[in-house]
Design a protein around this ligand. Sequence first.
Ligand SMILES: Cc1ncc(COP(=O)(O)O)c(C=O)c1O
Length: 426
Amino acid sequence: MIPARITSSAAVTATASITLLAYFVFCKIYNHSSSSSSCRKNKVRNGIIEAIGNTPLIRINSLSQATGCEILGKAEFFNPGGSVKDRVALKIIQEALELGLLAKGGIVTEGSAGSTAISLATVAPAYGCQCHVVIPDDAAIEKSQILEALGATVERVRPVSITHKDHYVNIAKRRALEANDVALEQEISKKTNGKDVAQINGDIHKGEKQYQFFSGDCKGGFFADQFENLANFRAHYEGTGPEVWKQTGGNLHSFVAAAGTGGTVAGVSRFLKEKDPNIKCFLIDPPGSGLFNKVTRGVMYTREEAEGRRLKNPFDTITEGIGINRLTENFKMAELDGAFHGTDMEAVEMSRFLLKNDGLFVGSSSAMNCVGAVRVAQSLGPGHIIVTILCDSGMRHLSKFHNAQYLSQHGLTPSATGLEFLGLGS
Ligand SMILES: Cc1ncc(COP(=O)(O)O)c(C=O)c1O
C-alpha cells in the first residue's frame, strides 16, 4: 500500500513537473514571463498603438529603504515613444479622428517643449497622419533632432509670454487653421474644376493666402492642444490611474507628481480618489511655478508673476515639461490634498542618486517626482505605499540636465553622497 501511494504521488508530481516545465519552455519560446498570470496576459501587441501603456510599476529600492515606505515608480519610459506622453498623444489623435476633427492623412499640430510632440510624431504615422511641432528654441536640442528624425516638421521659436500671439502654443494653433485653410481651398478648387473660388467670388486675389508650411495634398490640420484638451486628462483617468490601482491591488496610500499640463496628476488623482478617497494625492512643484500656491492657498501666484500673465519663465528651472503659471483645463480636474516645493538642486542630486543606487537613468521631471515621493514619505511617516511617475529617461536630457558643463554653468553641480540633500542619512 505504502509503495503504491508513493508511486501514485510520484506519478502526479512527475506529471505536474513536466506540465510546469512545458509551460516554462512555452513561455520562454514566446518570450513570456513564466508566471502563469503574466504568461496569459503578455500576448502579442497589435502594432505600436497596443504597445502604449501597461508600463511596469517599479519598486525604487534605494528610496524605499531610506524612507521605510514602499516607493513605486510607474516607468513610463517603457512606452514606444519614450515617455508618459504617448498615452496622451494616442488619446488625442483617437478622439480627434472619431469626432471627425482630424482627417486620415491630416496634420496634427502642437506647441510642445518636447515630449508630447515626440509622442505625437510617434503615434501620428500609425494613423496615417503627420505632425507639425512648434517648440521654444531653448528646449534641449536633442528633442528637435528626434522630432525631425521622426518625420515631423519642427518650428523653433523665441520663448515669449503665453499672452503673446507668437507664443509657441499660439503659433501651433494658427498652423492647424492654416492647414485647414489650404485643405478647404483644395476642396473648393476640385469642385470648381481648378478655378480659384477667390477669383470666382472676386474678393480674394489668387495667391494671397500662401502658407509657408502647407501645400500640395494637405488634408487639413488639428491642434492637439495638450494643455486644454481633456483627452489628456482622460488618457490618465482611463489608463494610468486604473493601471496603478490594478498593479498595487488597490493597496496604496499616496500618489505624487509634478504638473505641466496637469493631465497626469489630474487623471490619476481623480481616478484614485474615486476608488478610495483616503488615498492622499500631492503635487510637487518646481521653481518658477505658481501651482504650489494655487493648491495650498487657492491663488496662482509666485513672487515673480501673477496668474495668467505669462508662462513660466524658462530660466526659472532646469526641469523640463513641469511647472506652469496658469490654470489649465486639465489641471482643474485634479483632486489634491496638498503640495510640496522641489528645487533644481534636489532634482539633479536625486537623478544621480537613483542612477548610482538603482541603475535608474531618469529625466528631470521624473527626478523631481522622486523628490516629491520622499517628501510625501517624510510627511506621512514609514510604512506607507507611495506611487509616482517616471515620465521619461535621462537620454532625453543629455544636453542640459545630464550635462556636467551645463550644470556647472548654472551652479547645479551635484555633490551629495546619499540623500542628505533631503535631510535623510546616507
Ligand atoms: C518629460 C515630462 N514630464 C512631465 C510632464 C508633466 O506631465 P503633465 O503634462 O501630464 O502634467 C511633461 C509635460 O509635458 C513632460 O514633458
